[in-house]
Design a protein around this ligand. Structure first.
Ligand SMILES: Cc1ncc(COP(=O)(O)O)c(C=O)c1O
Length: 364
C-alpha cells in the first residue's frame, strides 16, 4: 500500500462507496430505473436514456493510452477542476488541514480549499528574468512547520506566469514530502512546452499527482474532461469520492472520437501552430510602447506587464477582444494575460495595442 494513502481523511478510507448499477452489455437494463426510450434529439451512440458506464472504463482506457500510464493510474473528472476538488475533499479535514499554493497561480486551488474548509498557505513564486520560480526552501519550511499541510499545488507551466518551473525544484519538494503531503503538479498546458510530462516519474515518487486536461491542447474545454494521474492506491481514494455516473455519455463519446489515432496528427499540427503564433505574438508585444514587460511563455497564453493595464484592456476590447485582468495576483501589478488566438485574432489584438500606443504618444 502506498504510504501516502494514510494522509487521506479517515472517514473516506472507511466509507462504503456507492454501488453503481452494473454495466453489463449481456443484459437489458431493468436495474437502474432508466427510461426505456430515447429522448428527442438524442444522437448519442449508447443512448442518453441510460446512465453512463461507471467507472468510465472506455474513457479511462483512452486517457491511459493518451498519457502513457496504466488504467488504474487515471481518474477522469469534469475538467481537471474536478480533480482539484476531489483531492482536497479526500485529503483535507475541514478546519484542520491545509494546502500550499504558490501565487501568482490558478485561482481554483484556493476556491476549492475554501469550499472544503481547508486552510490555504501561500508561498509566493520568485519573480526573476526567466519568469517565476518556485521558492523550494520556503515551501519545504512551510510544510516542516505545519504537519497538517496535506497537499502542495504546483502549476507548471504556471497560470498566469506562463513559464515551466524547474524540474529539479518540483522533484525536490516531492521527494522531501513523501509520506507527509501529496504534491500535485498541474500540467494543464504541458503540451505547449515541448517537454515531457512527469508521468514517467510516478513509480519513483509515490506522493506525486499529475493533472492533465483536454480543455487546452485538445480543444475540448466545452466537453469538460480532465484527468488525475497518480499511483493506483491514491486514485482508488479519489474514486470513492467522485459522484455516481460523473462523466456524461456525450463527453465520453466526444473524447473517444476527438482523440482517436487518426486525429492525433491534426492535434499535433494545431499545437505547433499555436506555439509559432505564441512566439510571434510575444516578439511583437515586446515592441509595443504600452507593454513594459513580456513574460516568457511555455503555454498558449502570454502574461504581459503594461504601462497602464486599463489602456491596453480597453484597446483590445474596442476591437472586440477580451483579455484577462491579472492585477489582483501578487507581483502582477499592471499585468494582463493574453490567450493566443487565431492568426487573425492575434494580428487584430496587436494592432489595437499598437494604435493605442501611438495615440497615447501623440496626445502626450
Ligand atoms: C492551471 C490550470 N489548471 C486547471 C484548469 C482547469 O481546467 P479544466 O478545464 O480541465 O477544468 C485550468 C483552466 O484554465 C488551468 O489554467
Amino acid at each position: 500500500m502506498n504510504p501516502n494513502v494514510k494522509l487521506a481523511r479517515a472517514e473516506i478510507l472507511t466509507l462504503q462507496p456507492y454501488v453503481y448499477a452494473a454495466w453489463d452489455k449481456r443484459y437489458e437494463r431493468l436495474h437502474a430505473n432508466e427510461n426505456p426510450w430515447r429522448a428527442a434529439g438524442d444522437e448519442s451512440e449508447l443512448g442518453l436514456n441510460l446512465y453512463p458506464e461507471s467507472p468510465a472504463t472506455a474513457l479511462h482506457s483512452r486517457l491511459a493510452e493518451l498519457y502513457g500510464v496504466a488504467l488504474d493510474q487515471v481518474l477522469a473528472g469534469r475538467g481537471s477542476d474536478e480533480g482539484i476538488d476531489l483531492l482536497i475533499r479526500s485529503f483535507c479535514r475541514a478546519g484542520q488541514d491545509s494546502i500550499v499554493i504558490c501565487p501568482p497561480t490558478f485561482g481554483f486551488y484556493r476556491v476549492a480549499a475554501e469550499i472544503q474548509g481547508a486552510g490555504v498557505i501561500e508561498v509566493p513564486l520568485i519573480r526573476n528574468n526567466s519568469g517565476f520560480a518556485l521558492n523550494t526552501e520556503k515551501v519545504l519550511a512551510a510544510c516542516n512547520s505545519n504537519a497538517n499541510i496535506k497537499i502542495v499545488f504546483l502549476c507548471s507551466p504556471g497560470n498566469p506566469p506562463g513559464n515551466v518551473l524547474a524540474a529539479e525544484d518540483m522533484l525536490k519538494v516531492c521527494r522531501e514530502l513523501n509520506g507527509r503531503a501529496l504534491v500535485v503538479i498541474d500540467e494543464a498546458y504541458i503540451e505547449f512546452t515541448g517537454r515531457n510530462s512527469f508521468t514517467a516519474l510516478l513509480p519513483d515518487y509515490p506522493n506525486l499527482v499529475l493533472l492533465r486536461t483536454l480543455s487546452k491542447a485538445y480543444a475540448l474545454a466545452g466537453t469538460r474532461c480532465g484527468t488525475t494521474i497518480a499511483d493506483a492506491d491514491i486514485i482508488n481514494v479519489l474514486a470513492r469520492v467522485i459522484p455516481p455516473y460523473a462523466i456524461p455519455t456525450t463527453t465520453v463519446e466526444t473524447v473517444l472520437k476527438a482523440t482517436a489515432l487518426e486525429q492525433r496528427q491534426r492535434i499535433a499540427d494545431q499545437i505547433k501552430t499555436l506555439i509559432t503564433e505564441r512566439n510571434t505574438l510575444s516578439a511583437a508585444l515586446q515592441k509595443c510602447s504600452l507593454i513594459s514587460h513580456v513574460f516568457p511563455s511555455d503555454a498558449n497564453f502570454i502574461l504581459v506587464e503594461c504601462t497602464d493595464a486599463d489602456v491596453v484592456f480597453n484597446a483590445t476590447k474596442s476591437v472586440g477582444l477580451v483579455v484577462r485582468d491579472q492585477r489582483k495576483q501578487p507581483q502582477c501589478t499592471q499585468c494582463l494575460r493574453i490567450t493566443v488566438g487565431t492568426p487573425e485574432q492575434n494580428r487584430r489584438l496587436l494592432n489595437s495595442i499598437e494604435v493605442a500606443g501611438q495615440t497615447q504618444q501623440v496626445t502626450a
